[in-house]
Design a protein around this ligand. Structure first.
Ligand SMILES: [Fe+2]
Length: 377
């Protein structure tokens, strides 16, 4: 199966603003999955990936109460009905329905993650380890060639030393390590690699060496801490409890490719409220797929020169044969300042498959564009 990494579904996602990694881990048989360390602002990206891979999300997990970004846990729970999991030693349990203790298992299909308490960066940090001990998601406990700072949120360098050496370095040499952050583009490491090369705790470093290093990092306070920690104590629930939406005029969703899309059924039911823009070539409008009766026809290659013809008083729905060229039209319109645009998902192919109404080649093409009709009526 194309989604599978070894014998597990695995995806690593990155938030550039906070340098945070988010991980999707799933069972290839049942397609049940969990997602680890989501970022509030990346909610639509993460949801689109889960949907496009056909995964059934059971839980959104956090490795700890983050100080550098707001978790997307509450948003994901609201959107999918999944559960929220975090260590029971973490203060951020308001809204969490799975409160982990050391040794607990998070089961998804035939697979599970083992919860290992790895305090030290915060007192509620955990590391999630796959059942076969081939992968570990270490949060901010062990970073690639680094370790999480210990100077706030009840951090303790001696505790962190024991967590890393006893709970992570005890895993197999070739166990892959996936951290919560990286600030230099590094994506993964392994137990063997960190044991050998980690400059804080690798080689022959003992507890005194590690604690001495960690207590003299002199790092600036995290920029987001005053916002992130209170929000994360509520599992990322906003104060106003408002759910962000990609658009306020219709059920628009953002694809994993980053495109705003809308489903044909909704467009068919709201044709009078939207402006359909067909970007196919004129000869295609005569083919068997037909065209949507209200559509204005502007071929994609002419769109940039004819933007003035497209009205802005209604949401614009570009359409083409299968939804690719109209996707590009969506980007062009958005970049040109059209505030409400969404690609017709699946194009005329899906529109026709769904039996939605079309004009066929026997019907004459409209003499005027829709915008011209607007101007004359
Ligand atoms: Fe952290």
């Amino acid at each position: 199966m194309d989604k599978v990494f070894g014998n597990i579904i695995f995806r690593q996602l990155f938030d550039a603003a906070s340098s945070t990694y988010t991980y999707v881990v799933g069972d290839p048989q049942s397609l049940e999955a969990v997602i680890i360390d989501t970022v509030f602002e990346q909610h639509f990206r993460d949801r689109a990936l889960l949907e496009e891979l056909g995964l059934k999300l059971l839980a959104v997990l956090d490795t700890h109460c983050h100080a550098d970004h707001v978790t997307g846990a509450w948003l994901m729970q609201q959107a999918t009905g999944c559960r929220i999991g975090i260590s029971q030693r973490c203060a951020a349990t308001q809204g969490a329905d799975l409160r982990f203790d050391h040794g607990d298992r998070v089961v998804f299909g035939e697979r599970y993650l083992e919860v290992r308490a790895t305090p030290g960066h915060t007192d509620g940090c955990v590391t999630y380890v796959t059942d076969d001990h081939r992968m570990a998601f270490t949060g901010d406990c062990l970073l690639i060639r680094g370790a999480g700072r210990c100077d706030f949120q009840h951090g303790n360098a001696s505790t962190l030393y024991r967590s890393i050496t006893e709970q992570i370095f005890s895993l197999p040499h070739d166990c892959l390590l996936f951290p919560g952050h990286d600030y230099s583009g590094r994506t993964m490491s392994s137990v063997g690699e960190e044991r050998a090369h980690n400059p804080r705790i690798g080689g022959h470093a003992d507890e005194r060496d590690f604690v001495g290093f960690m207590e003299n990092l002199n790092l600036p306070h995290p920029k987001q801490i005053a916002i992130a920690v209170p929000a994360n104590l509520r599992c990322g629930k906003p104060q106003d409890e408002k759910l962000p939406r990609p658009a306020d005029w219709g059920p628009v969703r953002r694809s994993y490719a980053g495109l705003l899309e809308i489903d044909p059924e909704w467009v068919a039911e709201h044709l009078a409220e939207v402006h359909v823009l067909d970007v196919r070539q004129p000869e295609e409008l005569e083919d068997k797929l037909g065209r949507i009766a209200t559509a204005q026809c502007v071929p994609l290659n002419e769109l940039k020169d004819r933007l003035a013809e497209i009205p802005k008083d209604k949401p614009v729905i570009p359409v083409c044969h299968a939804g690719m060229r109209s996707g590009q039209a969506t980007v062009i319109l958005r970049d040109a300042g059209f505030p409400r645009v969404a690609n017709l998902h699946g194009g005329m192919l899906l529109w026709q498959q769904m039996g939605l109404p079309v004009l066929r080649s026997t019907s004459p093409l409209p003499k005027q564009t829709t915008s011209q009709r607007h101007q004359t009526s």
